[in-house]
Design a protein. Structure first.
Length: 320
């Protein structure tokens, strides 16, 4: 895939936001919609309060033909060998590539409940070591020996073997210097919250695997309806942190948070400055409507149309 092509990952609804009897069908629906919209994959979250992401990934794979699950990997939950075995097994069963969103942190109460009191800086070290061991297990044709600070294995061979075209993609949050350093060390794409459109273009050569952005999207039939939904979400603190794109069927609006408050600029202006610094466009659509999908699947000005992956449904999908 060309280096300047944007890939898009939707976000899977979380089990805690759906009635228990409806969650499986909701995952299937979102996965199919994401695939139809051209998404490369779908992010599947993980924490103590929601369904296991690997089992949810299996549902998404069974419901689609090309969509690749982007599984959040929390080192506290399983050994690197077990996670590598999941990647290898799903690849063998479905012939599909798995993407991995490596976590260095997590909700503090979740970690404490599991007896994990690893200091903040050491969590990045652990995640890098975790990913390095996983990569060796997945890529090596010979038994693996690894003697790290957190993980050690001796003479371990992973089966089934993972062919090159099914080797996983690697992502990690890269908004901080520590995150970007971890991305470099593990060969992962660094996912960041995008800078304001008028800020100087970011240097991209310090993360060889590339950079991506994380945004939220609200789609409605008209710009006024989308803006009204955005204001409601802001008032109810549903989306206090990520930048939000508010779009109608014919309008792109980028809404950015700055020290002086919230302001809007056209997405085409933003994309001219930013799209080629992004390896992945990592976000969710809140409140999908059919008319809005026209805009969601168009190529913003300045972005290459070829291979542009678009669309996605977040946990607010279908909200009024």
């Amino acid at each position: 895939m060309p280096a300047d092509t944007i890939q898009m990952f939707s976000t899977c609804p979380q089990s805690k936001d759906c009635p228990a009897g409806e969650y499986l069908a909701q995952v299937q629906r979102v996965a199919r919609w994401s695939e139809a919209a051209g998404c490369t994959g779908m992010l599947i979250y993980t924490d103590n309060s929601i369904a296991d992401p690997w089992l949810v990934a299996q549902i998404a794979l069974q419901a689609t033909e090309t969509l690749c699950p982007l599984v959040a990997v929390q080192p506290v939950y399983m050994l690197p060998y077990t996670a590598a075995k999941m990647v290898a097994s799903l690849g063998a069963l479905h012939g599909r590539r798995i993407w991995l969103n490596m976590l260095a942190g997590g909700f503090r109460n979740d970690l404490i409940a599991l007896g994990d009191e690893t200091p903040h800086d050491d969590r990045y070290t652990r995640t890098v070591e975790y990913a390095q061991l996983m990569r060796q297990l997945l890529e090596s044709e010979h038994p693996v020996n690894f003697d790290g600070h957190f993980y050690r294995v001796h003479g371990v061979r992973l089966a089934p073997a993972v062919p090159e075209h099914l080797q996983p993609g690697w992502l990690i949050s890269g908004s901080s210097p520590a995150g970007r350093a971890a991305a470099r060390a593990m060969g992962a794409v660094a996912i960041e919250y995008p800078a304001p459109p008028d800020a100087p273009a970011a240097e991209i050569d310090d993360v060889p695997a590339g950079r991506g952005i994380r945004v939220g999207i609200i789609a409605r039939d008209t710009a006024d309806a989308a803006s009204a939904r955005f204001r409601w979400l802001r008032c109810h603190h549903k989306y206090p942190a990520p930048p939000i794109i508010v779009m109608s069927a014919i309008t792109y609006v980028w809404v950015e948070k700055s020290w002086t408050g919230w302001s809007s600029v056209t997405a085409s202006r933003w994309s001219r400055n930013r799209c080629r610094t992004a390896a992945c466009f990592f976000g969710s659509i809140a409140g999908f409507s059919g008319a809005a999908s026209t805009a969601a699947t168009s190529s913003p000005a300045g972005c290459p149309a070829s291979g542009l992956a678009t669309g996605g449904v977040g946990s607010e999908a279908g909200a009024a």
